[in-house]
Design a protein around this ligand. Structure first.
Ligand code: RIB
Length: 290
């Protein structure tokens, strides 16, 4: 199964702060670093470092050449990435001493995709291939529909959640990878089991993977539930923990691994990622996990 990730590429501007800045407050940061990131790029890097054949598509700005480097070095095929005319999407990230983060996004070139470009890329893929998507680019609904029409299996990470996505028909999605906040927005429920019940009843053909932070995650398909614990580690920076989990799970799914093995691999990868600073640069290679 080939994996095409049509996704965002961001420049992450990361500020280490004692606490997240409050309304009306000005604080000094303890350090500043610039990393390659974006949910799309991070998930491609994770899936490729897990050993999957990954193709990335998306639009990068003139200032985003170093983002392509990390994709290349990780073994991602970037022939379908194109350069836009505007600035690359970027993220302003505060990382607090607790390791938690808070993020402001600017979409930039991630919003320059057009239907001709989408068609040209999707033309190269078809039945049996896996299409991975997040919500950091324009026309997500179009790409989703076109991928489904081509018979691709779709994995969606509905992040960042917005009203349009919360009310979208996702019946063509095979795997939905989401966290509790996104689950609440899609179902109105707060309790993880209820979120899973609503989604698995609404979409009987969908496998739902609900991540629960330090509590691990729960997998749901129809009435089946599988729990996976999170590994206890000292978190330095949780940025891209979810992307690492998603990318590793996608790689395992593409390999045809049983769900419990895929969840365990993804949990171990994301545990390592949170012990390191940065987004894509924190993602481990499979040999480190083994
Ligand atoms: O999930 C982490 C990512 O979210 C960061 O790399 C940032 O770019 C934002 O997209």
């Amino acid at each position: 199964m080939r994996l095409l990730n049509f996704g965002s590429l961001n420049i992450d501007k990361v500020y280490r702060v004692p606490h997240f800045v409050r309304p009306g407050e000005t604080i000094s940061s303890e350090s500043f670093q610039c990393f390659p990131g974006g949910k799309g790029l991070n998930q491609s890097v994770a899936a490729a470092r897990a050993g999957c054949q990954v193709y990335h598509a998306g639009t990068v700005g003139q200032d985003g050449e170093f983002l392509l480097e990390v994709l290349r070095e990780s073994g991602v095929d970037i022939r379908y990435v194109r350069k836009g005319s505007g600035v690359t999407g970027h993220a302003l990230i505060q990382v607090a001493d607790s390791g938690e983060n808070s993020i402001i996004l600017f979409g930039g070139s991630n919003y320059e995709n057009d239907s001709d470009y989408v068609d040209q890329v999707l033309e190269q893929f078809g039945e049996g291939d896996l299409l991975m998507l997040q919500n950091e680019m324009n026309d997500l609904d179009q790409v989703l529909k076109k991928g489904a029409l081509k018979g691709m299996k779709i994995m969606l990470n509905p992040s960042p959640m917005d009203e349009k996505l919360a009310s979208m028909d996702l019946s063509c999605v095979s795997w939905l990878m989401l966290n509790e906040t996104e689950g609440k927005a899609m179902t109105g429920e707060e309790v993880p089991e209820q979120i899973l019940n609503v989604l698995t009843e609404r979409y009987p053909g969908m496998e739902v993977i609900l991540t629960l932070g330090e509590e691990g995650c729960v997998y749901g398909f129809q009435k089946l539930r599988i729990k996976q614990k999170a590994y206890a580690v000292k978190a330095v920076d949780t940025t891209a923990a979810g992307d690492t989990f998603t990318g590793y799970f996608a790689a395992a799914a593409a390999e045809g691994k049983p769900v419990d093995e895929a969840l365990s691999l993804a949990a171990r990868a994301s545990a390592i990622a949170v012990t390191r600073e940065g987004a894509s640069v924190s993602i481990p290679w499979r040999r480190e996990i083994m």
